[in-house]
Ligand binder design. Structure first.
Ligand code: GUA
Length: 536
């Protein structure tokens, strides 16, 4: 007997699955609060060199009022004060920049928008000017942690189960998120943000797998879309939190607080019955399947539910078989899936974060830009829900990536003074990039077998994190050529979109449980699936 048949018996998608999907929305809401947090806690406000302290020790403000400051700060061509240099001594002729030197006595920051950020954190931080790259590196440290977490939690959740590792992720994210907010040095903040990144990835890959593994074929797209929309809720919530909380420490604490809610909700989140059966834990599977049957009003399904019958459910070739990342490339079709999905995830995250990290320069304040970028995800994801069941996952994944690349490329050809048109194209590009990300979660989950699903998601998430980590570095290329970053993002999106055509379609195909299922090919599974469904 296949697990799909068992799931039909206990209720394939009813109140129990509704509860599971809703509870797993909580971690999906938490993720963007941290993944995009650096847009705000590491923002660099306008700043310029502080004047030397006056002999009589009076405050710098007096120097500013007295107009002395304007005599020592060189002006940029647009008339604004230079950010990183000052004249050694007050001079009458402000255009004389020959004696300008790097700031000698710290900086004066414009606090009209931010009370404090990691860039302006005084006492050894001051991550501006020559130290600006250290400020940008904080986001990269976080995504390096996310990258490591993908490998760690991918393996641990396949070995020890989804539910226990989800609790580890919730608790560790709360602990390191809180500690990072109280960092007393740059190094302490960088380390705790990296550990927070590692912890958060656990809930990222487990929440997807756990919700899909409790869902039947017909409702997998719906489940994947709900998971994706909960990320969007968190993304929009971040814009609101950042608008009202302008201190980086308080904003970090606010972004971490939902982890405490997740820890309480964890109690009601069930373990994956698929995983339990795949690992020979029929008794525990029986407990959760009985809960599912009871909640779905299917108590009469006990005939298929005794432990002996459950132990015969075909999920793994041998429940004593242990799997590792190496199994992702041991057989021909698994190798193709792994190589192609790795490239696709790299391209998806590379373009998604390349677009998401640039929220300034569109003529509206950064909070509104971030909110619009998040809000466009709603039609993108709802549209994905309908499109994927119509054109299939492969076309949906390929064309969402290709169109993202085309739109990014088009924007490089539009003159910068066409602000509204550029904004519309950028928002559309974000929407298609979002559709590509939403599809990637669902498509990857369906391509990998149950026995290797978390390893597969861990590997592809790792590749995606590499792409997300690289995106900020690519944006530095604009110092070389303005259009360089956009053309790199566009080319990568189109290339990875074309790679998708090498993968098989999974629409209407039973979720593969074993490596054999994958190697037999989708036609075999499709015919088996339809013949199985025909008996219901
Ligand atoms: O996991 C990420 O880094 C982005 C997920 C985006 C989404 O779920 O829409």
């Amino acid at each position: 007997m296949r697990f799909e048949e068992l799931l039909k018996e206990v209720g394939a998608f009813s109140r129990f699955q509704g509860m599971v999907v809703l509870l797993l929305c909580i971690p999906r809401i938490i993720l963007p609060l941290h993944f995009l947090l650096h847009n705000f806690i590491s923002a660099v406000p306008p700043h310029h060199c502080a004047d030397p302290p006056l002999e009589n020790g009076s405050a710098l403000a007096e120097a500013t009022e007295a107009g002395i400051l304007s005599h020592t700060i060189p002006r940029k061509p647009d008339g604004s004060p230079s950010s990183c240099s000052a004249f050694l001594y007050p001079v009458g002729n402000l255009s004389n920049s020959s004696s300008a030197v790097p700031c000698q006595h710290g900086w004066v920051y414009d606090h009209s928008q931010f009370h404090s950020t990691t860039a302006t954190q005084v006492r050894q931080w001051d991550l501006v000017c020559d130290n600006k790259k250290l400020n940008q590196a904080l986001a990269t440290f976080f995504f390096v942690g996310v990258t490591l977490g993908a490998v760690i939690f991918g393996f641990l959740s396949d070995k020890f189960g989804r539910k226990p590792m989800l609790l580890v992720s919730f608790v560790a994210s709360a602990v390191f998120g809180i500690i990072s907010a109280f960092s007393v040095s740059y190094v302490m903040f960088a380390v705790t943000r990296t550990l927070c990144g590692i912890s958060l990835t656990g809930m990222s890959i487990i929440s997807i797998a756990l919700s899909v593994e409790w869902t039947d074929v017909e409702h997998r797209t719906f489940t994947g879309t709900i998971n994706g929309l909960s990320w969007t809720v968190g993304n929009m919530l971040l814009a609101l939190l950042a608008y009202f909380i302008r201190d980086w420490r308080q904003l970090t604490l606010a972004a971490t607080s939902p982890c405490l809610i997740a820890i309480v909700a964890w109690w009601w989140i069930p373990e994956s019955a698929r995983w339990l059966l795949a690992n020979g834990k029929a008794e525990q599977a029986h407990k959760y399947l009985s809960q599912c049957a009871k909640m779905n009003g299917k108590e009469g399904s006990s005939s298929m539910m005794n432990t002996e019958a459950l132990s015969k459910v075909t999920i793994a070739e041998d429940s004593n078989t242990t799997y590792s990342y190496l199994d992702l490339v041991k057989t021909p079709k698994m190798k193709r899936i792994t190589l192609c999905c790795g490239l696709v995830w790299f391209g998806v995250a590379f373009t998604y974060y390349g677009i998401s990290f640039k929220i300034t320069g569109f003529g509206v304040n950064m909070y509104l830009t971030h909110f619009i970028y998040a809000a466009i995800e709603v039609p993108a994801k709802v549209g994905t829900y309908f499109v994927l069941d119509a054109i299939g996952r492969r076309n949906g994944q390929a064309w969402s990536l290709i169109i993202t690349g085309i739109l990014i490329g088009i924007n490089t050809a539009i003159p910068t003074d066409h602000g509204l048109l550029r904004t519309i194209i950028a928002v559309l590009g974000k929407g298609f990039s979002e559709a590509a990300f939403t599809t990637a979660f669902l498509y990857t989950t369906e391509l990998y077998p149950t026995v290797l699903r978390q390893c597969g998601l861990g590997y592809t998430s790792f590749m995606g994190r590499l792409g997300g980590s690289l995106a900020p570095m690519i944006m530095l290329l604009e110092d070389v050529w303005t259009f360089a970053p956009s053309l790199v993002f566009a080319g990568m999106a189109v290339f990875c979109g074309c790679i998708v055509f090498l993968l098989s379609e999974t629409l209407g195909i039973r979720l593969p449980e074993t490596v054999t299922d994958v190697e037999e090919g989708s036609e075999q599974q499709k015919s088996e699936y339809h013949s199985e469904m025909s008996i219901f």
